[in-house]
Every structure is written in structure tokens, then in C-alpha cells.
Design a protein around this ligand. Structure first.
Ligand code: NI
Length: 171
């Protein structure tokens, strides 16, 4: 296992639509292990493959609290086939530094996906679990949570980030 670098906005790789996973081989298992290690190290509740520069429809997540035993969830080629209700809650992202904001999401979704071995999954997710899946599935489509904010908020963040990066390059 190895820690991987998490790409940060505005890296263009975060905007690429991810390819379907077709081979459930050793290379995939290694990528999953690296992603899990990177996510737990960050720490974060979810990580999508494009965030480490792998353009594949693959995400890992763990929504257990710190007091609970970790429970890694791996979703491959996930699809949100149904969604209902809506909920607004605070989100952040390992690829969008120094920003959290309220985002509206479905409160209940139906998910079709595959697990690490390629078995087909079909399940209902609600509330926080549903929110994390929607956030991570967005990554697979090149979408970031800031795309759900008002254009003003997004512009402010863009400006702040540009300034931050300019300061870093001046060092
Ligand atoms: Ni994210």
C-alpha cells in the first residue's frame, strides 16, 4: 500500500469524466488499497479515484464515527438510479482546500454499483450516507461540490484559491 497525492482544485484532472472499470484484477485491488490508505490518512470520509489522478469509476468511503470500528465501502461503476427528497447540509472536499459550504442533495437515493470483486450491488442509501455517495459520484463525472454553489460563492472561492497559489509560487 502507498499513500497517494490528492489532487487539488483547480487541477484539470478533477474535471475529467472517469472511465468504467472493466478489469477486477490485482492492479485494481492495489489501487483500492492505496485509496483507502490515502483517505484514512487525510483523514476524509470519502475519496474518488480521479482525486488521485486515476480516471476510473471507483470510490472508497467510510462513514463510521471515530469511536466505531472502521468500515470501508468500495463502490465501482456506481449509478444513482433514483433520488427523492432533499436536504441541505455542510460539505467539504479533500480536493477543495479551505472551504466548507451548504449543498442541497437528495435525502434518499437508490444506488446500483459493483463491489471490489465485481459483484453487483443494488441498495437504498439515506441521509449522510446518501450525501457522501452523491458527493463522490459527482467526482466521477468531473463535478465538484463548489459547482452546486451560487456563481458568486464559486467566484469568491476561485479568487481566494488563485491568490493562495500565487503566494505559494512567490516563496
Ligand atoms: Ni470531494
Amino acid at each position: 500500500m502507498a499513500l497517494r497525492e490528492i489532487l487539488k482544485y483547480p487541477n484539470p484532472l478533477l474535471r475529467k469524466k472517469a472511465e468504467k472499470v472493466t478489469a477486477f484484477d490485482d492492479a485494481l485491488q492495489k489501487l483500492i488499497a492505496d485509496m483507502a490508505e490515502t483517505m484514512y490518512d487525510a483523514p476524509g470520509v470519502g475519496l474518488a479515484a480521479p482525486q488521485i489522478g486515476a480516471s476510473l469509476q471507483l470510490l472508497v468511503m467510510d462513514i463510521t464515527s471515530r469511536e466505531e470500528e472502521p468500515e470501508l465501502i468500495v463502490l465501482i461503476n456506481p449509478e444513482i438510479s433514483e433520488g427523492e427528497g432533499s436536504e441541505i447540509d455542510e460539505e467539504g472536499c479533500l480536493s477543495v482546500v479551505d472551504l466548507t459550504a451548504k449543498v442541497k442533495r437528495f435525502s434518499k437515493i437508490r444506488v446500483k454499483a459493483q463491489d471490489a470483486e465485481g459483484n453487483h450491488l443494488d441498495f437504498i442509501a439515506e441521509e449522510w450516507f446518501a450525501r457522501v455517495i452523491q458527493h463522490e459520484v459527482d467526482h466521477l463525472n468531473g463535478t465538484l461540490f463548489i459547482d452546486h454553489l451560487s456563481s458568486l460563492k464559486r467566484a469568491l472561492y476561485k479568487k481566494k484559491r488563485k491568490k493562495q497559489l500565487a503566494e505559494v509560487s512567490e516563496l
